[in-house]
Design a protein around this ligand. Structure first.
Ligand SMILES: Cc1cc2nc3c(=O)[nH]c(=O)nc-3n(C[C@H](O)[C@H](O)[C@H](O)COP(=O)(O)OP(=O)(O)OC[C@H]3O[C@@H](n4cnc5c(N)ncnc54)[C@H](O)[C@@H]3O)c2cc1C
Length: 453
């Protein structure tokens, strides 16, 4: 679909996307359908060699793509999952090859779909290659965006100033009809608004104090039996979690996390393994203790989730939007960030179908809808953890008990297990967990002790 060539009212011209992470790549794909030219500007020099890069250090940690996220990528790039699988990515049948232990209960093995499992660098490299095959997309890597360009009255952003990192005398002005801030959660686009005399969006922060530690291993196929992924979630009594996932080419990633400094995972290799042993199933532990490590243990501190309410701003300049983590950064343990980024790009595509008039306002409203349920679901799950600062003990206990009862039901009841899967894979609404049949199953499994497992 090329709206520009179909002669609709669109921004035929140049779109500049700042940041070539997942949201920047998906946005560039959507924009390339409408704009004559799209330029992706990325601060890192991109090697495409599958390694973790400086601007996306989270790539060293597990990056689960939800079924919904994979479906959105498939809409943008038909055949994408099959191409990745042919290139070495793992396809796992959920739930028979994916073991999920939530609140101490292993979800019943029901057939619910296929999961695409890769490392973040692998996924991003392939996505970037796809986006850049479009003849109207250009990638400028090794360039840092430092300031917006505007009309003299500052009502329209007209481009961005970029430099080679660390070389201020290389400044170059890139003109554009639309600038997309996909520079991640640091919020450069929001700061630019203030520089231009607009309000900054209100920021909602939810302190979670989560830290990750991860290491990649080589494991032979079948190392943990039929399993290709194991997820063990945190509980109030043991606020620690583990994810072990087969990615591309028999490489697995083991990510450990914990809420609160006392439960942050260690990075010393022996202690890291001991932390894993506490959480892993016997089969997973047996495989891990003999596995060949391929990397050092990487760590990542994630102090708070963050949402910027751009959609509530009364005044916005034309020609500038933010997307992805720049709008909303979710607690990574729920594995929804890339999906939300892709959904926002799909929302952008939908808005562009109606032209570019009043685009920022229309886009922010649509993006807010795309992320609302994921934010709510993550906030409720976080609030079930007494370690999360500001959580009222009574609310934490009630939420934890209801999750625990639901997961107990999901251990034996196929319908409940499917509803839980639909919520976590974003294939259905988390509201599906509030159906009368699911609530009844939860009540039948209500535990005698109110919290913990
Ligand atoms: C530990 C951890 C684990 C996670 N696990 C998962 C998971 O399992 N599943 C999932 O879906 N999500 C996960 N996430 C979240 C996911 O990484 C993000 O939601 C997603 O990467 C958002 O993409 P983005 O493109 O908006 O931002 P980013 O990935 O942060 O990309 C921003 C890009 O902008 C570039 N940049 C920054 N400043 C500039 C500048 N001035 N000029 C030019 N370029 C610039 C950066 O180099 C980078 O390439 C995890 C996050 C963390 C921290």
């Amino acid at each position: 679909m090329n709206l520009a060539r179909r002669g609709t009212e669109t921004g035929t011209g140049h779109a500049l996307v700042l940041g070539a992470g997942i949201s920047g790549l998906c946005a560039a794909r959507a924009l390339a359908e409408v704009f004559d030219r799209v330029t992706l500007v990325e601060r890192d020099t991109l090697t495409g060699d599958g390694t973790t890069r400086r601007g996306a250090p989270q790539g060293a940690h597990v990056h689960s793509l939800t079924v919904r996220g994979a479906a959105v990528l498939e809409e943008f790039f038909p055949g994408f999952a099959d191409e990745l699988a042919a290139d070495g990515a793992t396809l796992a049948t959920a739930l028979s090859e994916v073991d999920i232990v939530f609140f101490g209960s292993l979800l019943r093995n029901v057939p619910v779909g296929t999961v695409l499992q890769t490392s973040r660098p692998f996924l991003e490299d392939r996505l970037r290659a796809k986006v850049c095959t479009a003849s109207n997309v250009t990638l400028l890597d090794g360039r840092e965006a430092i300031a917006p360009l505007t009309t003299p009255d500052r009502t329209r952003v007209t481009g961005a100033r970029v430099v080679r990192p660390g070389a201020p005398d290389t400044a170059e002005d890139l003109d554009a009809d639309l600038v997309v801030d996909a520079m991640g959660r640091a919020g450069r686009g929001a700061t630019w608004l203030r520089t231009l005399g607009y309000d900054k969006p209100v920021e909602q922060r939810m302190r979670v104090d989560v830290a990750y530690a991860s290491r990649r291993y080589r494991l032979p196929p079948g190392a943990i039996g039929r399993g290709k992924a194991l997820l063990v979630g945190a509980t109030p009594a043991r606020p620690r979690g583990l994810v072990l996932t087969a990615q591309e080419d028999d490489i697995w990633v083991l990510s450990l996390y914990g809420f609160g400094s006392q439960d942050h995972p260690p990075t010393a290799p022996d202690e890291f393994l001991r932390f894993a042993q506490e959480l892993a199933t016997a089969a997973a532990w047996e495989a891990l203790r003999h596995a060949e490590p391929l990397t050092d243990v990487a760590s990542f501190a994630y102090p708070h989730s963050l949402r910027r309410d751009f959609h509530r701003l009364r005044r916005l300049p034309d020609g500038l939007i933010s997307i992805g983590d720049a709008i909303c950064s979710l607690n990574p343990i729920y594995g929804a960030g890339m999906t939300v980024a892709a959904l926002e790009a799909a929302a952008l595509r939908g808005c562009l179908a109606g032209g570019t008039r009043d685009l920022p306002r229309r886009f922010y409203r649509s993006a807010a809808k795309s992320l609302r349920l994921s934010w709510l679901f993550a906030a409720l799950a976080d609030r079930s953890m007494p370690q999360v600062p500001g959580t009222r003990p009574a609310l934490a206990a009630l939420l934890a008990t209801s999750f625990r009862a639901t997961m107990r039901a999901a251990a034996t009841d196929a319908e409940v297990a499917t509803a839980v899967w639909n919520a976590v894979s974003l294939t259905g609404s988390p509201a599906g967990l509030a159906r009368p049949r699911i609530i009844a199953a939860m009540l039948r499994n209500w535990p005698r002790t109110p919290t913990g497992t």
